[in-house]
Design a protein around this ligand. Structure first.
Ligand code: PEP
Ligand code: MG
Length: 331
């Protein structure tokens, strides 16, 4: 079976009726880079940049960011890299951040506190360094910028103002920037953002739906808490409805939208996600061959019909049964 999955690498990710599905990889540490090429990923849909801040003294400077991004952009042969700016907070241990740097305020509930874009807007110098490095690396291949934990349109607007200031500054330094600057997207990973996706879409250039946090915040279940892990269910109708709402808001505006949470790497969930209108998924590289195998067995009309059936259900158990029972090609 290994060799069969290996052969898939060169085959297109397309349904039996010709609908293309973009399959990208999530990258957490640069060491995973060789896996991405092996798996046949079409670029990186989520580059988590937290690794740059770990196990070091002091904060990484622009050069450190640039070097890391350069390696990754060059290592993916211009297939495109979506770079998410620092998402610290929540379950991502704040204490571990850049040894020797004053820890960020964790607050009574870090998951509901100063994390993601909230923290970056409070410490814009962090954002500026990252933006500058991303702009420089844009000369080497297509990149996009992704903002974590957005909940209001204003956060995207404010980040964009900082971005535009950095563009001017980098230009003044004599750096040649590509004609088309990297676009700026928002993670949709809270119920608030999902339900206001139409408003956030007016400020953002693309969406990346993060189902890990979306499920956590929707169901009030900490993704790292074992005592309630049985309640952590991305197939809960509440989570699915939020994914559907955010996806439709993006599609109405013809704005790119992808799913980059763990859900995206589960082949059994692909028919449903495709049926909801998604055409781009980003996942652990190791999941790509099996997801591609599923895509290649699907027919898009069947997916749409199946998604309608699932979305009529309100019982999580019934949804689970339907999803597990789906057989490609069987009506
Ligand atoms: C998510 O929340 O679904 C996501 C992709 O981001 P992370 O897992 O890094 O929080
Ligand atoms: Mg997240």
């Amino acid at each position: 079976e290994r060799t069969r999955l290996g052969k898939l690498r060169r085959l297109p990710s397309v349904t039996t009726d010709g609908e293309e599905m973009e399959l990208q990889a999530n990258l957490e540490i640069p060491a995973e880079l060789p896996l991405i090429a092996q798996a046949g990923a079409q670029g990186i849909g989520l580059l988590r940049t937290e690794f740059l801040f770990m196990n070091r003294k002091g904060l990484p400077d622009e050069e450190a960011h640039y070097e890391a991004y350069r390696q990754i952009v060059e290592g993916t042969d211009g297939a495109g890299v979506t770079i998410r700016v620092l998402d610290w907070g929540g379950e991502k241990d704040m204490e571990a951040l850049a040894e020797g740097v004053e820890p960020f305020h964790a607050g009574p509930n870090p998951a509901l506190g100063l994390r993601g874009i909230r923290m970056l807007l409070r410490r814009p110098e962090l954002l500026e360094v990252q933006f500058a490095a991303i702009l420089r690396v844009a000369a080497l291949g297509p990149v996009r910028v992704l903002l974590p934990m957005v909940t209001i349109p204003e956060e995207v607007r404010e980040a964009r103002e900082i971005y535009e200031r950095v563009v001017k500054r980098v230009r003044r330094r004599g750096v040649t920037l590509p004609e088309k600057l990297p676009v700026l997207g928002a993670m949709i990973e809270t119920p608030g953002a999902a339900l206001a996706a139409d408003a956030i879409a007016l400020e953002a250039d693309f969406f990346a739906i993060g189902t890990n946090d979306l499920a956590m915040y929707t169901l009030a279940v900490d993704r790292a808490e074992v005592e309630v892990s049985h309640l952590y269910d991305p197939l809960h109708p509440a989570v699915l409805r939020l994914i559907q709402f955010a996806t439709e808001a993006a599609l109405r505006l013809r704005m790119p939208v992808s799913v980059c949470g763990e859900m995206a790497g589960n082949p059994r969930l692909v028919p449903l996600l495709m049926g909801l209108g998604l055409r781009s998924l980003s996942m652990n590289a190791s999941a790509i061959p099996r997801v591609k195998q599923m895509v290649r067995a699907l027919n898009i009309d069947d997916c749409a019909r199946f998604a309608r059936r699932v979305m009529e259900q309100s019982d999580p158990k019934r949804i689970q049964e339907l999803v597990m029972g789906f057989v490609p090609g069987e009506r």
